[in-house]
Design a protein around this ligand. Structure first.
Ligand SMILES: [Zn+2]
Length: 125
């Protein structure tokens, strides 16, 4: 896949600070160095300090499931790092259980208030 710096720059400007923090820390190993540079510049522009980035890195690594490639496993339902893996049903059209699979949950999707993860399984991956 060709690395499109212009598109990445547009994406970065519209991204949440939390998302950028995740990418320059626990997802850093899987990123283009040029993209990491852009994200660090954007974080700096938003007033996020090096200390805050290091702190975010520590906090995430306390709960994140790290993969052999040095990046964090992603939640099955969003882009945050996953904290827990559990078995669930992969559902066809979000309804018909087809086969059991392991889902990864970030701390936000782990909360009992979040809707049952099986319902959104079709959007996984
Ligand atoms: Zn999530």
């Amino acid at each position: 896949m060709k690395f499109d710096l212009k598109r990445v720059a547009v994406y970065i400007r519209g991204a949440d600070t939390e998302e950028l923090l995740d990418r320059v820390t626990v997802y850093r190993a899987g990123m283009e160095p040029a993209a990491v540079d852009l994200m660090e510049m954007e974080l700096d522009r938003r007033g996020v300090t090096q200390e805050e980035i290091a702190e975010h890195d520590c906090t995430r690594r306390e709960t994140a499931i790290m993969l052999p490639d040095g990046t964090a496993m992603r939640c099955s339902f969003c882009d945050r790092p996953a904290a827990v893996r559990r078995w669930g049903w992969h559902r066809l059209f979000g309804r018909v259980p087809v086969f059991p699979r392991v889902f990864a949950y970030c701390t936000a999707h782990l909360s009992p208030k979040a809707r049952p993860p099986e319902d959104s399984a079709d959007r996984a991956d």
